[in-house]
Design a protein around this ligand. Structure first.
Ligand code: APR
Length: 311
């Protein structure tokens, strides 16, 4: 069987890490595309030059955005094109700059990779994935945003660290928009079935919820320039792998809702099943009044951000 093809559009901090992880996992041949053509080509070549050491049998190539034909026939497109947040900048401040990038990228994907599964990472996530969906006109199962996996991974790590257990054994569910009012659901999180409240008191759990919400901003402040890239890349690779290997993993992602959770026509973070059919199912969990109110608040923020995209 021919190798699968993964197009990474945006070859910056996240794009480069995506390329490394995709190659190490041998998910398929990788093509990096960036408006800075040399960066895409340079990172591809740098990674090719590790093949004798790392022993992966996939090829990596790079190209610029004047010619999207290099992504021809890609099975998966992962989009990070745009600019990252600067210290003090909200994800929403990014909207105008990144909408322009996403629109151009979406046109390229529509033309050259019309059957691809598209994972959007560019922020503000929930409105950028909406723009991708609108401009490509792809079916809802083939456009998804990466946010919940990352937010949940941060939550897993913070719980693991505080409780003195492996983050791998922490199951976490963070729903809602990828903003400061995201909804970490403590009732649906556990340490391998052991309720979090058995291991951590309320004050500690509240602090973890708050730290999860501010997780992205904390990294931005520490780095001084740019935003998080290792954890976002690892999260998107988990989604791409579930699609390419038909793993049917249940992952929290930004998916189009059509009435689930009382939301219609918006991309919001919810648990979904990702398999060969893309986003195969949206899973609905029961929410209590408090959780519903938190989700409603988060959905309002997404609505506001989407309204600003004026598509
Ligand atoms: N087409 C292709 N590439 C583009 C375009 C475009 N229209 N506009 C910008 N780029 C490229 C930049 O040249 C840069 O190399 O996108 C890359 C973005 O990389 P970084 O600046 O390193 O940003 P990164 O940390 O990878 O984050 C990318 O993901 O998490 C979000 O908020 C983050 O929106 C940001 C995105």
């Amino acid at each position: 069987m021919a190798r699968r093809k993964i197009a990474l559009i945006g070859a910056g901090q996240i794009g480069g890490t995506l390329a490394l992880l995709a190659a190490q996992k041998e998910l398929g041949d990788v093509v990096l595309v960036d408006i800075m053509e040399g960066v895409a080509k340079g990172k591809a070549l740098d990674l090719q030059e590790t093949r004798g050491i790392q022993s992966f049998d996939v090829s990596l190539t790079g190209g610029g955005t004047t010619d999207y034909s290099v992504i021809q026939g890609a099975d998966v497109c992962i989009v990070t094109a745009g600019v990252p947040r600067k210290p003090g900048m909200s994800r929403e401040d990014l909207l105008k700059v990144n909408l322009d990038a996403i629109t151009k990228v979406a046109q390229g994907i529509k033309q050259y990779a019309p059957s691809a599964f598209v994972i959007v990472i560019t922020n503000p996530l929930d409105s950028m994935v909406y723009a991708m969906y609108k401009v490509t006109g792809f079916p809802k199962n083939r456009v998804v945003g990466m946010a919940g996996v990352l937010d949940s991974a941060r939550f897993q790590y913070f719980v693991g660290e505080a409780a003195g257990v492996s983050p791998q054994d922490v199951t976490a569910l963070v729903m809602g928009g990828h903003g400061d009012d995201m909804v970490p659901l403590l009732r649906y999180s556990s340490v391998n079935g052991v309720p979090l409240t058995k291991l951590l008191d309320k004050a500690k759990l509240d602090a973890i919820v708050e730290r999860t919400r501010k997780g992205g901003g904390d990294i931005v402040a520490l780095l001084g320039t740019g935003s998080a890239f290792y954890a976002p890349a690892a999260s998107a690779i988990a989604m791409a792998e579930s699609f390419l290997r038909d793993k049917k993993r249940v992952l929290p992602c930004s998916a189009l809702l059509e009435g689930q959770y009382g939301v219609k026509g918006l991309f919001v973070g919810v648990p979904v099943v990702i398999g060969a059919g893309g986003v195969e199912r949206v899973l609905e969990v029961d929410l209590n009044d408090e959780e519903r109110a938190m989700l409603a608040k988060s959905v309002e923020s997404v609505k506001k951000s989407v309204a600003e995209t004026k598509l």
